[in-house]
Design a protein around this ligand. Structure first.
Ligand SMILES: [Zn+2]
Length: 196
């Protein structure tokens, strides 16, 4: 008992934690119950992590770019895993991202693509927007001949609630430059290369 009193006399609760405490009450649960006592604190910590992308600039994340040194064909980074949060329901959606681009005169360090995807995912999002933001950021930073991104994802708001369609995947695509303007030639190549 004494321990509990000491604990509750510590500095005022973090506002995020306090609000989750309220949410627990409002759904009809008891935030003082043993299993839930630390839950608001854990959720607050987790929220700061899964929404940390809001404080970062995707263009800056691509960071230092390099001269293309004659690379004028398609570069593909495939199967980048991502976890994001649907902004309509605040539940996760997750899956894989495939990115392709054809450099003009600059290229991006390959590991930067995973960082880019991470930063865009760690925000309240919709899948369509992440897909567009990937190609937009590439366009802004290196002005490629073309850029394309595909995301395949499963949305928990479709599988654990509402229409409940487990296993259904949503696929989105965004194209810029030659991928949007050459009648599908480069896009077809991108798909063929992905399938290998
Ligand atoms: Zn949703």
């Amino acid at each position: 008992m004494r321990q509990k009193a000491v604990k509750s006399s510590v500095k005022p609760m973090d506002p995020l934690e306090k609000h989750f405490n309220e949410v627990i009450k409002l759904i009809g649960e008891d935030p003082e119950r043993e299993g839930l006592i630390e839950t608001p604190k854990r959720i607050a910590k987790m929220y700061r992590e899964i929404f940390s992308g809001l404080k970062e600039d995707p263009a800056e994340v691509l960071g230092k770019t390099f001269p293309s040194e004659g690379t004028n064909d398609i570069v593909i980074v495939q199967d980048i895993p991502f976890y994001s949060v649907c902004e309509h329901h605040f539940v996760p959606f997750f899956g894989k991202v495939h990115i392709g681009y054809i450099p003009e005169d600059r290229i991006v360090g390959l590991s930067k693509f995973a960082r880019l995807v991470e930063i865009l995912s760690r925000r309240p999002q919709v899948q369509e927007r992440i897909t567009n933001q990937i190609v937009e950021t590439l366009e802004e930073v290196i002005h490629p001949v073309g850029a394309i991104a595909i995301i395949e994802a499963e949305h928990m708001c479709m599988t654990m609630r509402g229409i409940k369609k487990p296993g259904s995947k949503t696929r989105t695509i965004a194209r810029r430059g030659v991928f949007a303007s050459d009648g599908g030639v480069q896009e077809q190549r991108f798909f063929r290369l992905l399938e290998r």
